[in-house]
Unconditional design. Structure first.
Lengths: 109, 188
C-alpha cells in the first residue's frame, strides 16, 4: 500500500501546463468595458454590504435583541395594567362598601 | 522578454495590460485550476484576476515582483471563489458549523496536463489535496504544479522559508494519511 501511496503522491510530477480557452484577452477586455459602461447602482452597493456574513449576523442579532426587548416591555406593561386594574377593583369594592355603610348609617331621610 | 521590462519600456497602458494577459494567463489559469479543480471555475477566476490586475496596475509599486503580485491575487481570488461556492451549496453553513468534511470521497477532477497513465492516480491525489488546510494546499500546489521553489513560495505567502518547508512536510504527511484512510475505507 505504501508504494501505491507514493505513486499517487508522485503522479503529478512533471505535470504539463493546462491552457485556458483561446481569446482570453478579448473576453477580459469585454468584461472591463462592460464594467466601465455599467452605471453605479446604489442597490448593488447595499447588497454587497448586506451579504457580508458579519453584517448579516449582526443584523440578525440586532433583530433578536429588539424582539427580546419588545417582548419584555410588553410583559412589563401588562403587569402594570393588571396592577392598575386590581387597584381599581379594590377601590371600586371599597367605594361600594363605603356607600353601603353610609346608607346603613343614614337610614333616616 | 521579462514581464517587468515590458512594463518599464512600453508606454501604452493598454499594451502593458495585453502583454501581461498574454504572458501570464497560463500561470494564473493553472494556479486557479490547482486550487478550485474545475476548468470552468478556473476560467472565471482567470478573468476575474486580470480584471483586478487591470484595476490595480496603476498602483503597483514594485514592492514585490510582478509575478509575486499576480500569484497573490490569483491565490486570494481562487480561495475566495471556493469559499463563496461552498457557502452557496445547500447545507454549507451546517457543514461548517458542525465541522463535517465537505470534500467528496470520489475522485472527480482529471487535470488536463497529467499523462494518461497517471490520470487515475492524479485524480485521487487532487481529491486528497482538496482536503488539506488552505496554507498547506497553497504551498503544495505552487510547488508541485507551478514548480516554484520554497523561497518563491515564502515571498508569495508573506512567510519564511522555514515555515513553507514545514507546510510542505505537513502537507505530504496529511496527504499520506488521507490516502491511507481512503484506500483502507474503499479498497479493503
Amino acid at each position: 500500500m505504501n508504494n501505491k501511496i507514493e505513486n499517487i503522491l508522485n503522479s503529478i510530477d512533471g505535470i504539463e501546463k493546462a491552457n485556458p480557452q483561446p481569446f482570453l484577452l478579448t473576453r477580459v477586455t469585454a468584461r472591463i468595458n462592460a464594467a466601465n459602461a455599467a452605471p453605479e447602482n446604489i442597490w448593488y452597493k447595499i447588497a454587497f454590504y448586506i451579504k457580508k456574513p458579519l453584517v448579516a449576523f449582526s443584523a440578525i442579532m440586532l433583530l433578536v435583541l429588539i424582539n427580546i426587548f419588545v417582548i419584555k416591555s410588553i410583559k412589563h406593561r401588562s403587569d402594570l395594567e393588571n396592577l392598575a386594574k386590581n387597584t381599581n377593583n379594590q377601590r371600586y369594592d371599597f367605594a361600594i362598601n363605603v356607600s353601603v355603610m353610609y346608607d346603613i348609617e343614614n337610614q333616616e331621610p | 522578454m521579462n514581464q517587468q521590462a515590458i512594463i518599464d519600456t512600453t508606454q501604452n497602458a493598454e499594451e502593458n495590460f495585453a502583454s501581461i494577459v498574454n504572458y501570464r494567463q497560463q500561470m494564473v489559469y493553472n494556479t486557479a485550476l490547482g486550487i478550485v479543480q474545475n476548468e470552468e471555475d478556473a476560467e472565471d477566476i482567470t478573468q476575474e484576476v486580470f480584471l483586478k490586475i487591470y484595476e490595480g496596475l496603476q498602483n503597483f509599486r514594485n514592492e514585490s515582483s510582478l509575478s509575486t503580485w499576480i500569484y497573490r491575487i490569483t491565490i486570494t481570488t481562487s480561495l475566495d471563489f471556493e469559499k463563496q461556492k461552498k457557502r452557496q451549496k445547500r447545507g454549507g453553513l451546517m457543514q461548517r458549523v458542525f465541522g463535517f468534511n465537505e470534500a467528496t470521497e470520489k475522485p472527480d477532477f482529471f487535470h488536463p496536463g497529467v499523462a494518461l497513465d497517471k490520470k487515475e492516480d492524479a485524480a485521487v491525489l487532487f481529491m486528497a489535496i482538496k482536503k488539506l488546510p488552505e496554507k498547506q494546499r497553497t504551498a503544495f500546489i505552487l510547488h508541485k504544479i507551478e514548480g516554484l521553489t520554497n523561497n518563491d513560495i515564502a515571498s508569495m505567502m508573506d512567510s519564511t522559508l522555514l515555515a513553507v518547508e514545514s507546510l510542505q512536510v505537513r502537507a505530504k504527511n496529511n496527504l499520506r494519511n488521507y490516502l491511507k484512510d481512503y484506500y483502507e475505507k474503499y479498497f479493503k
